[in-house]
Structures are given as C-alpha cells and as structure tokens.
Design a protein around this ligand. Structure first.
Ligand SMILES: C[S@@+](CC[C@H](N)C(=O)[O-])C[C@H]1O[C@@H](n2cnc3c(N)ncnc32)[C@H](O)[C@@H]1O
Length: 276
C-alpha cells in the first residue's frame, strides 16, 4: 500500500501495479499453453519454481479436457508457511483422485481446480549449485519423484516467475539445463519465465545498502537468453517484453513505472528438439 501511495503521488491515479500485471500475464500465457496442447495430450504437469504464495490451483479455470497436476517449490520454511496459510484459508489440497477428495471438497472454501497439487520445500541452490547439468537433473528428479506426483513422461510447463535472477548466472544455467533434461523424456517442454532488464539490474547495483532491492540480483534478460545452457536447450517462442508493454498490448492497461527505474520482462520458450 505504501508503494501504491508513492507511485500514485508521483504518477497519478488509475494505473495498475506491476506485480499483479505480471501475475495476470503469466496466468493467461499458462492457460493458453495448456489449451493449445495437441489433442493426444490428456495429462500434463505444471511445475512452478520459487512459487511463493501463488494461489493459481484454486483460482484459475483449467481446460476441462486436460488432467493438470500442479507442483510448486520454494524454500522449506516458505512452503511450510504456505501450507499453513492454505489450511487457514480453507483451501482444498487433497488430489481429485484421492478417496477423500469429495469430503475434503465439501468442507473446502476453495476447492482445488485441477487434478492434484503438491508443495515441495526445497532450496533451489541444492540443485543449481551442482557440478553438472546431468547431476542437477538427477537430484531434482529424485526430489520431485520422492515428494510429489512428478512424472517425467508427461509434458511439463515450467514456471520461473521472478526467480532466476536471484541466483548467479552459472547457477541459473545449470537449473535451465536440468529442466531441459527432465523435459526430454516427454520430448516437449515449455518455459514461462521472467527476468529483469539491464536498467533494473543497474538500478539494483546502485541502490543504497538499506534498500530492499540493493545488490539483490545477478543478471539481466539479455545475459540469460544469450547464455550457453539457454541457447542449447530452449527456443524462444515469445521474445521478452516488459510487463508494462505486455499489460498495454494485452489488456490496454496502464501500469506504474517503478521509481527506481527499469522493468521486468516476460518470455516463453520451448524445449529445443535436438538438444542433448
Ligand atoms: C520475487 S519472489 C516470486 C514469487 C512468485 N514466483 C511470484 O511471482 O509471485 C521469489 C521467490 O523465489 C523463492 N526463492 C528464491 N531463491 C530460492 C531458492 N534458492 N530456493 C527456493 N526458492 C527460492 C523465494 O522464496 C520467493 O518465494
């Protein structure tokens, strides 16, 4: 609310905040991605890394002809808090194919709108700091299989929303390579992600030590999309554009410009077919 008041005072009324705009853009892209699956795909999984407190499994209208499994990951303490908050809010977490589904559903204020939901508490650096992409993929797969319904034979949509640039570029590369490895069994995979632009990265580097965003980020969108692991594994389907431009283009909505300068860009990529 403080941010909103400051932005309103500086830029006038009637604009939207950038994070809700980002949320809406990514969920529209996700739903389009699910709706445009080939007709022989009847089951799919969405894995959101660094998901924070997202509530999409209880909010979005997923395609009815598709079994959608949702896995979200964040630090263990964040995931514990998220589960506690979901319980408190009356969100249903029992999978549809569980015998307890109907009972749980009746008692839930927020029924699950897809087939299953799993929240995995995991520090992503335990994956991204591995020596090799193959090892990272193996450890991530083990964790996912052990704790969630993950099935690498299913197509996966990976969501990396405001997450990648919080780790050094070599780590983000290992992670992107590992996601590609895990997608390869299904021969297809989609990445829906965001990354900051150069101006925002520079602004973070110049901020006073006390600022919440000071020295917080490692790289910008150009560096990410020209990195070796990205280029060798992922094909950009939707070129990065700022969430401000996308909100204008998609919804004819004006959003506030962050006072520290710069922007966040969103993009979509598909698994490169000939990647190894
Ligand atoms: C800026 S928030 C974005 C949250 C959410 N994706 C969204 O867009 O609303 C970054 C999230 O990434 C998580 N995160 C950052 N580094 C992480 C790591 N090493 N392991 C797991 N989660 C991490 C944070 O806890 C936080 O929830």
């Amino acid at each position: 609310m403080r941010e909103l008041e400051t932005l309103r005072a500086a830029q006038g009324d009637g604009k939207h905040l950038r994070v809700p705009a980002r949320t809406r853009i990514l969920e529209d892209w996700l739903l389009q991605s699910l709706q445009s699956q080939p007709s022989d795909v009847t089951e799919i999984q969405v894995v959101s890394l660094g998901s924070g407190l997202d509530t999409r499994p209880w909010r979005l209208d997923f395609p009815e002809n598709l079994k959608v499994h949702w896995i979200c990951m964040d630090f263990p303490d964040v995931m514990d808090s998220k589960k506690a908050l979901l319980r408190k809010a009356g969100a249903q977490c029992i999978p549809r194919d569980s015998p307890h589904f109907m009972n749980d559903c009746k008692n839930s204020k927020w029924p699950l709108k897809l087939s299953s939901w799993n929240g995995l508490g995991l520090d992503l650096s335990s994956i991204s700091n591995r020596e090799s992409v193959e090892e990272a993929a193996r450890v991530l797969e083990e964790s996912l299989i052990h704790h969630t319904s993950f099935d690498k034979s299913l197509p996966t949509v990976w969501i990396l929303e405001a997450v990648l640039y919080y780790m050094p570029l070599p780590s983000a590369e290992v992670l992107l390579g590992a996601l590609a490895c895990l997608s390869r069994a299904a021969i297809t995979g989609t990445l829906i992600a965001t990354c900051i632009d150069t101006e925002l990265l520079e602004a973070s580097r110049k901020m006073d030590a006390g600022h919440i965003f000071a020295q917080l980020w490692y790289f910008d969108c150009n560096e990410l999309l020209s990195s070796k692991q990205y280029i060798s594994n992922w094909n950009t389907r939707r070129e990065p554009k700022t969430t401000k431009d996308l909100a204008k283009e998609l919804y004819n909505s004006d959003t506030y410009v962050a006072l520290y300068g710069g922007a966040e860009c969103a993009f979509i990529a598909d698994l490169k077919q000939n990647s190894k």
